[in-house]
Each structure stands twice: as structure tokens, then as C-alpha cells.
Ligand binder design. Structure first.
Ligand code: LLP
Length: 427
């Protein structure tokens, strides 16, 4: 899905032209569509209609408050991986009672914070975590609700950096040891066994691995029930992929169908933790061409966004479609007369200004560019802003959400002075 529409003479997100957003808020700037966020959420709701199920948005994909708030208003729960994310969920109006807390290294302080907030469940990922959580809950005079995150050893057939369900992965507890750990948990006085969780990877396009993982999990759930450990929920994680390029992406209902077929008639509540599929194609990164630079072998278009704004190309060699959405005129660099006219299509490396060869946003893009042109880097709503940094002392981008004909600044562009406000020099 492409959130851009070109129905008028301008490229728009919903009813607002990207040129208007760039003129008002500058570039680089993340732009989101409330309608696209809502539609993505609705696709899960519709697929799960009639079931006892909850969508827990994976906050890590994009933790900007306005995004969390849109999902909170839609009734979503949240999957968090840090105390910081819990604080964001609460600040954005999310309900802690619908929060699940994943992650391999929860600290004592994070456990205390989440217990005090009365979250729905801790997804416990190791034997040590189980013991520590019991201790911390005991100190607070509470019982911690837990699920074990099991590792079903299913190959999700995705990028190795985002595969999480294999035996070799650091995530979850080994499938073979899960049963013993549940029995151990039952003996610990400050734990309350609630469910089971698994998440096998991200950007999954084939629905089969998730369905296979669900089958393995169900087998375990039934064995546990036979031994007197009754679980109340089954959390099947996130992972559904989105279209970045030419991938064939199933509609949500079709992706979930094989998995839901295996869960037919179950009494446990189902939880899902989608991240990318809720926000990925609801956001783009708006950037302006600063300099066109012919090289010996390649033509470079240096834009004002960089790997600090969108790390995915540098980190995973990820592909993001890049389209021209406005003609130039306001570039900070001068016009290079030797670069031809805007109508001449050339093959460009789209790169940022950071001092690293890995600082690219796209290779070999056929575009007709002039300095000052406005580009949109698509499918950037997930793991874009959330993974941005201040490398090269670059202030992070502004973020804008479009809602119909309105645009809202949801995060101001950082200012340089803020970037070293917490630092001090030696006396
Ligand atoms: N639940 C757990 C426990 C996870 O670890 C993740 C993602 C999710 C849910 C959400 O998965 P999603 O629906 O977004 O696929 N930075 C990488 C992706 C890392 C995913 C980490 N875990 C990227 O930019 O592709």
C-alpha cells in the first residue's frame, strides 16, 4: 500500500500536499497518515472479529506519542520492551492493563515500574528472569502476571537480523525447557501464570511459519493443561510483513487465516503484537535534494535526510521506494548548472550528508532530479524515527501527522543546543 495519492496536481497524504508540509515544517520530516494507521488497525480488528482477541501494538516500531495515542483511542493494547516505552504508553493515554512486557533483559527497576503500573503480563524470557521477577514482586507485596516466551524453533524465512524464533536466537526460552519452567513458576509464590508467548521474526510474508509456530505452542498449552496448568491467553507476537518494493503481501485476514484456523474453538484469549504492519506504510520521510554530484562512476543525489534519520538501508540493506514529490527552488546549496535539467532521468545513488560510505538511502534510482527537489522515502513509518539517532550531531527530524485536511506537528524538530544540553566539560 502506498499512502501517497496524486489525485490533484500535487502529491498528497490524505488531503494535504507534501510541498505544503515541507514549506511549513522543513525537511527532513516524517509524515504519517492517521487514516492509514486506522485502516491498518481495522484490518486486524476485522480479521479477528468474533474472537476473544487483543491487538497489542509493538511500541518499538514507532513510539511517538501521537502514534501511540491514535492506537490507544482505537482500544489497542501495547507490547513494550522497556520502562521507557511503558512511560510513553502511559503518557499517550494507553491502558497499562492492556500492556505486555517483552524483552530478554528487564531490569529490577523496570520490573518494579511495570508491577506498580499493573500491566497485563510479563513475557518472561529466561529462568533467571522468572526468579528475579518473583523476588521483586515479593518485595512489593504483589504477584507478577507472567507468560513464558517460548522459542518454537521455526524458520520464519526472513532477514537473519530480524529472525527471532530459531534455536540459535537469544530470544525466548528453549521449547524443550518450557514445561519445566512452567512447573517451576507454579511453585513461586509471587508469580501468577497467565499465558504463553512467542514471536518468530519480522517482515514475514509467508503465513506458514507463524501457523506452524502456533501449532507447536498449542501442543505445549494442551500438555500443560493436562498437568493442571491452565493458561488464559496465547500471545502469538507480531511479524506480518509489508510491501516495500514488489513483495507479494497478503491482506491481514489472509495472512492470519492459516494461523486462526489452528486456533478455532480455543477458549484462551489471543494476543497479537504487530508493529511494522500497523505503521510501516502509514509513514514516509520527506527530504530535500541538497546537492547533485556527478561522480566518476555514479551520480550522487545528496539529500538532507541521512542514516541517522532512517537507519534501515545502512543497517539491513533495506529497500525503501523513493519518489519525487515536488520541484525545487529552496535548496540550501547553489544550483549546479552542469547537472542537466530536471527533466533528465539519470541513475542516482540517494545518499545523506553523513561521513560514512554506508550512509545511503537508496541505490541506483532512476529519477529526474534538480537541486531543491522534494523526495518522499516511502514505507518509513516503522523502525524509522524510532531507530533514529543524533550521529554527526544532527538534530532529529520533525514529525507531522495528517488527519484529513489538517496537518499536526506531533514532534518538533530537535535543536542543536538540546543535543548537548546534558553534557559538561571538565572543571
Ligand atoms: N513482538 C516482539 C517480541 C518483537 O520482538 C517484535 C519485533 C514485534 C513484536 C513486532 O514485530 P513486527 O510486527 O514489527 O514485525 N528494526 C527491524 C525490525 C526489528 C523487529 C524487532 N522485533 C527493521 O527495521 O526491520
Amino acid at each position: 500500500m502506498n499512502m501517497l495519492n496524486n489525485t490533484r496536481d500535487a502529491a498528497c497524504v490524505e488531503g494535504v500536499a507534501l510541498t505544503t508540509i515541507a514549506a511549513q515544517f522543513g525537511t527532513p520530516c516524517y509524515v504519517y497518515s492517521r487514516a492509514a494507521l486506522t485502516a491498518a488497525h481495522a484490518s486486524y480488528q476485522n480479521a479477528l472479529a468474533g474472537r476473544n482477541a487483543r491487538i497489542c501494538y509493538a511500541v518499538k516500531a514507532n513510539s511517538t506519542l501521537a502514534i501511540l495515542n491514535v492506537f490507544a483511542r482505537l482500544g489497542a493494547g501495547f507490547d513494550i520492551v522497556s520502562g521507557g516505552e511503558l512511560a510513553r504508553v502511559i503518557a499517550a493515554g494507553g491502558d497499562p492493563a492492556k500492556v505486555v512486557f517483552s524483552g530478554v533483559g528487564k531490569s529490577r527497576a523496570e520490573m518494579q515500574q511495570a508491577l506498580a503500573a499493573d500491566i497485563h503480563c510479563f513475557n518472561v524470557e529466561s529462568a533467571s528472569e522468572l526468579e528475579l521477577l518473583n523476588t521483586v514482586a515479593g518485595e512489593m507485596g504483589r504477584r507478577a502476571p507472567i507468560a513464558l516466551r517460548v522459542n518454537p524453533n521455526v524458520d520464519p524465512k526472513t532477514h537473519p537480523y530480524i529472525s527471532t524464533g530459531l534455536k540459535t536466537s537469544k530470544f525466548g526460552v528453549a521449547f524443550a525447557s518450557a514445561r519445566d519452567l512452567y512447573h517451576r513458576a507454579r511453585t513461586l509464590p509471587h508469580l501468577d501464570i497467565r499465558g504463553i508467548a512467542c514471536h518468530i521474526g519480522s517482515q514475514l510474508l509467508d503465513p506458514q511459519p507463524a501457523a506452524d509456530a502456533a501449532s507447536r505452542v498449542l501442543e505445549l498449552v494442551d500438555n500443560l493443561a493436562a498437568e493442571g496448568i491452565e493458561l488464559q491467553h496465547i500471545d502469538l507476537g507480531g511479524g506480518m510483513g509489508i510491501r516495500y518494493r514488489a513483495e507479494t503481501v497478503l491482506p491481514t485476514a489472509d495472512y492470519l487465516a492459516p494461523l486462526l484456523a489452528r486456533l478455532a474453538g480455543r477458549r484462551e484469549m489471543l494476543l497479537f503484537e504487530p508493529g511494522r504492519s500497523l505503521v510501516g506504510n502509514a509513514g514516509l520521510l520527506l527530504t530535500r535534494v541538497e546537492v547533485l554530484k556527478p561522480g566518476a562512476e555514479k551520480n550522487f543525489a545528496v539529500v538532507d535526510a541521512a542514516m541517522n534519520d532512517l537507519a534501515r538501508p545502512a543497517l539491513y540493506d533495506a529497500f525503501h521506494e523513493i519518489v519525487k514529490v515536488g520541484a525545487g527552488g529552496t535548496a540550501s546549496a547553489g544550483i549546479a548548472a552542469n547537472m542537466g535539467t530536471a527533466s533528465e532521468t539519470k541513475t542516482y545513488e540517494i545518499v545523506g550528508p553523513i561521513c560514512e560510505s554506508g550512509d545511503f538511502l537508496g541505490h541506483d534510482r532512476e529519477l529526474a532530479l534538480a537541486e531543491g527537489d522534494l523526495l518522499a522515502i516511502l514505507s518509513a513509518g516503522a523502525y524509522g524515527m524510532a531507530m533514529s539517532s543524533n550521529y554527526n550531531t544532527r538534530p532529529r527530524a520533525a514529525e507531522v501527522m495528517v488527519d484529513g485536511n489538517q496537518m499536526h506537528l506531533i514532534r518538533r524538530r530537535e535543536e542543536v543546543a538540546q543535543l548537548f544540553a546534558l553534557e559538561s566539560v571538565l572543571p
